[in-house]
Structures are given as structure tokens and as C-alpha cells.
Design a protein around this ligand. Structure first.
Ligand code: ADE
Length: 268
């Protein structure tokens, strides 16, 4: 089959604009802000949840940028076909290497090497996403995300572009779009200035290998349930000790895997 670009090659998403879709660029940008490029058959699903709250405000303020690349125009033939039957037989359809290759060529043009600009393919077969990955992605200059659909992407594209395959958990989604938004949320909130309160990323779950302690706020009593008295004692040392004990107990009970990792290595 010919690898010649389809007629509309290079034409990017022009889907109907729903607020805050206007925040998503469909044109390559010159700015230097951290930038996510997302290759998807459903560009209208972005920014999705990322358009709300702190990530949305940061997008609006230009602290990061989002560029969607619609895969459909890169498809072959009159119907812009993007998938085909699996080699070797079997159910479902596989995303075509020639189609994704053309979209990726456009996405990577002008971007630096993988360390400064990772290319991630969202897939249930990938390495489970960790907080440390989000930190690594946030420290890069940007990243390209590939959202799979159907039975997945032709393996040759994954290998050729040295893509990282990342999963957001042991369950199967209909496509990579939600997973890309999860990964981007975890990443973008680590970009300096996005949260506005840097201290909160240091104290939260996973930063020190423990789940976070429970939180309470006023009123002091709600439907007969009181806030643990130590939190109202004004004794900062006692509060810290209580929180630590809670975090450890929760981690042991809910995440023996995380607890074992701590016990193996970096106990303080
Ligand atoms: N695509 C489908 N399921 C997924 C998952 N669990 N993680 C990442 N991408 C996916």
C-alpha cells in the first residue's frame, strides 16, 4: 500500500468549538511554554476536564499549551481509513502504521529529543503511570501523546518512534483520550505556577511513598461526628505525629505494595 499522504494531509482538527475548546490550538505554536501535543481521532474531547479549575486557568494564562492533532485527515482513501484488520487474523481492527506515522512526523517536527520531549502511547499494556513519571514529564519542554482506539496501534510505529507505552491502571478504556487527560492532569499541576501553592505537592500522597493522612475542616462536630481532638489542640508536634501515624496505618492497610517498598529501602 502507498505511503503517499492523503489529500488533506496536514489539515488539522477543525471541529465545532465548545467552550473551553477555544483554549486548544489546532495550529503549531511558537511559544516556549510547556506544550502537550495530542494525536487523537476525537479532538473535540479536549481539553475536557483539563479546561476546568487550576489546569484550565493555567491553560488560559499560557502556563502550558495544548495542541490537538486530528488523526482522521491522515487516513487513506476516500474514507480516510485509519485502521485495518490484524495481521495473522483475529477480532477487531489495528491502527495503521502509515497513517499514524504521518501524524507523528508532523507532531515531532521541530521538537527536541525524547528526554526533553517524550512521546507517550496510552495503552492498557503500558507501564503503570507513577507520580515520578508525571514529575519527569513536567520537567521536559513538552510531550506528544498518542491516543489509541480499537485493538491498538501497529507495533512498528511504537518501536520506530521509541514511544513510551503508559497505562493509567489495570482496566480497559474505550480509547486513550481519558487516559491522556489523566496523565496530563497529573503532569500539568507540577508545572511551576500552576497550583500556586508549591508546598501542597510536597505533602500529598506518594511524594514520600505514603498515602496522605485524612483531612477535616469546620464544623468541629457534624451529625454527631467530631474532628479528632488532637487536630484542634494547637500542638503542632502532636498534630504531625498523629498525621504520620495515620498515613502509615492507611498505607499498610490499603497499599501493602507501597508499604513493602518503604520497608525494603528508604525508611526514615
Ligand atoms: N487505553 C485503554 N485503556 C487504557 C488504560 N488503562 N491506560 C491507558 N490507556 C488506555
Amino acid at each position: 500500500m502507498s505511503d503517499r499522504p492523503a489529500k488533506s494531509h496536514g489539515r488539522l482538527s477543525q471541529s465545532a468549538s465548545l467552550t473551553p475548546r477555544e483554549l486548544v490550538s489546532d495550529r503549531p505554536r511558537l511559544a516556549t511554554a510547556w506544550c502537550a501535543k495530542v494525536i487523537t481521532l476525537f479532538p473535540e474531547t479536549f481539553p475536557g476536564v483539563l479546561g476546568a479549575s487550576l489546569t484550565g486557568k493555567a491553560l488560559q494564562d499560557g502556563l502550558w499549551a495544548l495542541e490537538t492533532i486530528d488523526l482522521r485527515p491522515f487516513g487513506t482513501g476516500k474514507h480516510r481509513q485509519v485502521d485495518d484488520t490484524p495481521a495473522g487474523g483475529g477480532a477487531g481492527l489495528v491502527m495503521k502504521a502509515d497513517v499514524m506515522g504521518r501524524a507523528l512526523d508532523m507532531a515531532v517536527a521541530g521538537t527536541p529529543g525524547r528526554k526533553d520531549w517524550p512521546i507517550v502511547y496510552l495503552s492498557p499494556r503500558g507501564k503503570p503511570l507513577q507520580q515520578a513519571d508525571a514529575g519527569r514529564f513536567a520537567a521536559a519542554r513538552g510531550m506528544t501523546l498518542v491516543c489509541g482506539r480499537f485493538e491498538g496501534l501497529d507495533q512498528r510505529v511504537i518501536d520506530h518512534y521509541r514511544m513510551e507505552e503508559v497505562s493509567i491502571g489495570d482496566y480497559v478504556l474505550t480509547g486513550g483520550e481519558l487516559a491522556a487527560q489523566v496523565l496530563l492532569d497529573a503532569t500539568v499541576r507540577l508545572i511551576p505556577g500552576v497550583l500556586g501553592n508549591a508546598a501542597s505537592t510536597e505533602e500529598e500522597s506518594f511524594s514520600d511513598g505514603l498515602l496522605e493522612h485524612p483531612q477535616y475542616t469546620k464544623p468541629a462536630e457534624w451529625r454527631g461526628h467530631a474532628i479528632p481532638p488532637v487536630l484542634l489542640s494547637g500542638d503542632h508536634g502532636a498534630v504531625a505525629t498523629w498525621r504520620r501515624a495515620q498515613a502509615e496505618a492507611l498505607t499498610q492497610a490499603r497499599r501493602p505494595d507501597l508499604w513493602a517498598k518503604r520497608a525494603d529501602g528508604d525508611e526514615d
